[in-house]
Design a protein. Structure first.
Length: 416
């Protein structure tokens, strides 16, 4: 698999960091502005005009039923690297937490140790899922002040946490459901994650010839909200966090014979952080959004899109480790309208057919994408693998094919 790393130009990358607006995670992953633009579709933006500037993703925090086993799964199946840990051995009597990395993506997996932990109640209600979409910001206090003035619920006031590695400034605001956005400034910190965590490496040994990593960056996170609440949360991100409208999908573009939904996409100024927001629409049967809301017991993060520069190698490696993907019928690839619309892409259509990878083209370029089946016992959270070639979209031309595949899975579960 081709790696997006540039060790020979690390010094140049660091010198361009201020101009490129790279985060520490991105620099540590060996990415530069050109890489990020290709991977996740960045656009030019002046943060000085932004009332709530966001540097990028800091961490995606999951609550899981068994963090010890989940950490092994993400290392062995998804090729992530264990970097830090917090648990009873180091004074954390409430829960275990494992910090994993792939490229510029940081996942934190938390599992309750104490039956009285708040994480126990959260997992009982929601199952495995995202509790915190943490964002790196240059000024925590200014962001919180703006958010409060715009009516946001502040869950944690700005405060410092310190250890021998330095100081982190952080706060948190509420978003849809029980999801939060931690706001983090780690510019004065040089530890493995946060105070209270210790550096830790995993014991999992990769197979001979396994790639260094399977995905490099986080492209977007989709949030599912209740009927009638999509515009409320679009307004929240615009008003509170200064995000802009990026796309809107309604009507026939995002419906099948049986189910429908509506979706709008908001993004921060440079499009590094993107949030498609979905709500169900009136239809003959239960939509994928209805199913999610029922089994997650409310709004939450539905799926995370992981950006790679070689989706074929990534999908092959994941399948070899037992990761399951949604099926796409052969008729999708035989459709003459599809073939005419997408034109030439970097791999033959038969290679996409063999792996069930979807392809879509817009005015800016094309993208390749594929979706996993739900990752846990409940039909809630799943991942998307995405490879962009100029396209800034989300695979609009694939929506119907995707929804039909999802409906087949729903029908097998008895939830359609």
């Amino acid at each position: 698999m081709t790696e997006t790393t540039h060790p020979d130009t690390a010094a140049d990358d660091a010198g361009r960091a201020d101009l490129a607006g790279l985060t520490d995670l991105e620099r540590e992953a060996g990415l530069n502005a050109e890489d990020l633009g290709r991977l996740v579709g960045l656009v030019e933006h002046d943060p000085k005009t932004d009332p709530f500037p966001v540097n990028g993703w800091d961490a995606i925090v999951f609550v899981v039923g068994n963090a010890t086993q989940a950490a092994h799964y993400y290392q062995s199946a998804w090729g992530m690297t264990l970097e830090a840990y917090s648990g009873p051995e180091h004074g954390n009597r409430d829960h275990k937490a494992f910090v994993l990395r792939s490229g510029s993506i940081r996942f934190v997996l938390k599992g309750a140790v104490d039956p009285a932990s708040p994480l126990t109640a959260h997992h009982s209600k929601h199952g495995d899922g995202v509790i915190d979409i943490a964002l790196e910001v240059p000024d925590v206090d200014a962001c919180v002040a703006h958010a409060r003035a715009q009516g946001a619920t502040v869950l944690e006031e700005p405060h410092d946490v310190t250890d021998d590695h330095g100081t982190v400034r952080l706060a948190a605001i509420a978003t849809y459901g029980e999801t939060r956005h931690s706001l983090i400034d780690r510019s004065r910190y040089h530890g493995p994650y946060l105070p209270g965590y210790v550096a830790r490496t995993g014991t999992h040994v990769k197979r001979d010839g396994a790639p260094k990593r399977l995905f490099q960056a986080l492209d977007h996170i989709v949030g599912n909200v209740e009927l009638g609440q999509m515009d409320t949360w679009v307004d929240f991100y615009q008003r509170v966090m200064g995000f802009t409208n990026m796309a809107e999908f309604i009507g026939d573009d995002i419906a099948t014979e049986y189910s429908a939904l509506m979706s709008k996409v908001v993004a921060n100024g440079n499009h590094r952080v993107k949030f498609p927001l979905n709500e169900p629409a009136i239809s003959k049967r239960k939509s994928q959004i209805d199913e999610y809301l029922e089994f997650y017991r409310g709004p939450g993060a539905q799926h995370l899109a992981l950006a790679t520069n070689d989706i074929l190698a990534t999908v092959d490696a994941l399948r070899a480790e037992g990761v399951e993907f949604l099926d796409t019928p052969d008729s999708y690839y035989d459709d003459p309208e599809l073939r005419e619309r997408i034109g030439a892409v970097r791999v033959p259509i038969e290679e996409l057919r063999r792996r069930k990878i979807l392809v879509d083209r817009d005015e800016d370029g094309y993208l390749l994408q594929i979706f996993t089946r739900p990752l846990g016992d409940r039909p809630t959270v799943f991942f998307e693998i995405i490879e962009r070639h100029g396209s800034l979209g989300f695979g609009k031309g694939n929506f119907k094919a995707l929804f039909v595949a999802l409906e087949r899975e729903q029908d097998l579960r008895g939830n359609l």
